[in-house]
Write a protein that binds this ligand. Structure first.
Ligand code: NAD
Length: 467
């Protein structure tokens, strides 16, 4: 329950109209949520693993039953095509079902030391875990970060981004409806500098997971460091599709386009760079350009290929990068805000393709977070690796080739948390550990690794003879 009288407005990006006005959580509300989580923790951590699993499964079913409502809410709040939003809700169901299989499988070890010593380890939850998430995939990222934490027996405080908190708030209700104890999951919708900063620096937080920009990630890690709190950072990316001359270009082109168009390019793992071997450069760029020209733009509920950007600020940031790009590289398609009868009221931007982009150009280095693709040709494998690793980021990468030896060589040489061969993202499966290297962050979400990360090991040694 909120104690604040202050409110915040949530906009609909396709219309620029106010979609909701919410109580605005600040320092006091963050503090109250942490206290609730702390109070709930002793009981939650002792719930039998099988019962915790049952609740997670029940939550997955509740989300499935509310799938259309959640998808429509996400579409209106974030702007994304309804088909994508439906897919994301499906993934959220998968996430809770996946981690529902975890509580009974969180095993410790026995460690052989000496005949008269029985040594074993316990995997214990941290206590209160903080989760700060961005606006681009609010429900999906919120779910993937709290599900393993809850499964491991932690109580969570989740702060959605101020731009898109609506599905996260609904998730909080569904958690209660599914039968979780009050305080197991607490949602604090508020501004980053207020509720977010309060969470990051709070001594009552025992573990912090942050997904968002590099700059805020650093400040959050610093604040948590003051309390010696472990942090997971999922930050941005400038991920490359690396296409070799022997690749199946017809298979690659649609995936390359989708990897930058999805969620209007506002995806941490967007394929925002295309590195292509010189001999197939012209053919591939032509294929990608044709697809860009055919992209259908519109409001999310109409299920277009490309919805609006989240805000005026985001659109202006994209425009600034594109204007700079025009002096750095060759503009092939797009290059401006999208205009037209049904687009004038929203933050729409044309899919934009730049070719012959120099390695160090700003549009090759910055995470633009819009539907802007930068193409750079390469001469040989060494040049491809050099370009692939030439940004401060290292989140994901894809390699397109029909030569397995080359594929595995590049998979080893490219510095990234995930490398895909002849595909991109593999459907974003919850089973696949996800996270970055370099400025893309550290720690892993998803998979068994995320579950382990929400536990800490306690070693117990028992003298069993000669006492
Ligand atoms: P952001 O860093 O501005 O905000 C992310 C979250 O942090 C929001 O909830 C925000 O309210 C909060 N926040 C802002 N200032 C804060 C502060 N001082 N203290 C505590 N919390 C604060 O990022 P954004 O603009 O919302 O999202 C875009 C960024 O997120 C991009 O860089 C993108 O790549 C990244 N991202 C990464 C992943 C990933 O898994 N690697 C996923 C999605 C988005």
């Amino acid at each position: 329950m909120s104690v604040t009288t202050e409110t915040m407005e949530v906009l609909e990006p396709a219309t620029e109209q106010v979609l909701a006005e919410l109580p605005r959580a600040g320092v006091e509300e963050a503090d109250a949520a942490i206290t609730r989580a702390k109070e709930a923790f002793p009981a939650w951590k002792t719930v039998a693993p099988a019962d915790r699993a049952k609740l997670l499964r029940r939550l997955a079913s509740a989300i499935e039953e509310s799938a259309e409502e959640l998808a429509r809410l996400e579409t209106r709040n974030v702007g994304k095509p309804i088909g994508d939003a439906r897919g994301e809700v499906g993934m959220v169901v998968d996430v809770f079902n996946y981690y529902a299989g975890a509580p009974e499988r969180l095993l410790g070890d026995t460690i052989p030391v000496a005949d008269d010593l029985l040594v074993y380890t316990l995997r214990e939850p941290y206590g209160v875990t903080g989760h700060i998430v961005p606006w681009n995939y609010p429900l999906q990222i919120g779910a993937r970060t709290v599900a393993p934490a809850l499964a491991a027996g932690n109580c969570c405080v989740l702060k959605p981004a101020e731009e898109a908190p609506l599905t996260t708030l609904r998730l909080g209700e569904l958690v209660l409806e599914a039968g979780f104890p009050a305080g197991a999951l607490n949602v604090v919708p508020g501004y980053g500098e207020e509720a977010g900063a309060a969470l990051a620096g709070h001594p009552g937080i025992d573990h912090l997971a942050f997904t968002g920009s590099v700059e805020v990630g650093r400040s959050v890690a610093k604040a948590a460091g003051e309390n010696t709190v472990p942090v997971t950072l999922e930050l941005g990316g400038k991920s490359p599709n690396v296409v070799l001359a022997d690749a199946d270009l017809d298979a690659a082109a649609p995936t390359i386009v989708n990897s930058i168009i999805q969620n209007a390019g506002q995806t941490c793992s967007a394929g925002s760079r295309l590195l292509v071997e010189a001999s197939v450069h012209d053919a591939l760029v032509e294929g990608v350009a044709d697809r860009f020209r055919a992209i259908k733009i519109g409001p999310g509920p109409e299920d277009p290929d490309l919805g609006p950007l989240i805000s005026a600020q985001q659109r202006d940031g994209v425009q600034l990068h594109v204007e700079q790009g025009k002096s750095e590289a060759r503009l092939v398609v797009g290059g401006d805000v999208a205009r037209g009868d049904h687009l004038d009221g929203g933050f729409f931007y044309l899919p934009t393709l730049f070719d012959e982009v120099p390695r160090d150009a700003k549009i090759a280095q910055d995470e633009i977070f819009g539907p802007v693709l930068a193409v750079t040709p390469f001469r040989d494998l060494e040049h491809a690796v050099e370009l692939a690793n030439a940004t401060r980021y290292g989140l994901i990468a894809a390699v397109w080739t029909s030569d397995l030896r080359t594929a595995h060589h590049l998979a080893r040489e490219i510095r990234a948390g995930q490398v895909y061969i002849n595909t991109y993202g593999a459907g974003g499966g919850v089973e696949l550990p996800f996270g970055g290297v370099k400025h893309s962050g550290y720690g892993r979400e998803k998979g068994f690794e995320a579950l382990i990360a929400y536990t800490r090991t306690k070693t117990v040694a028992v003298k069993v003879a000669g006492a």
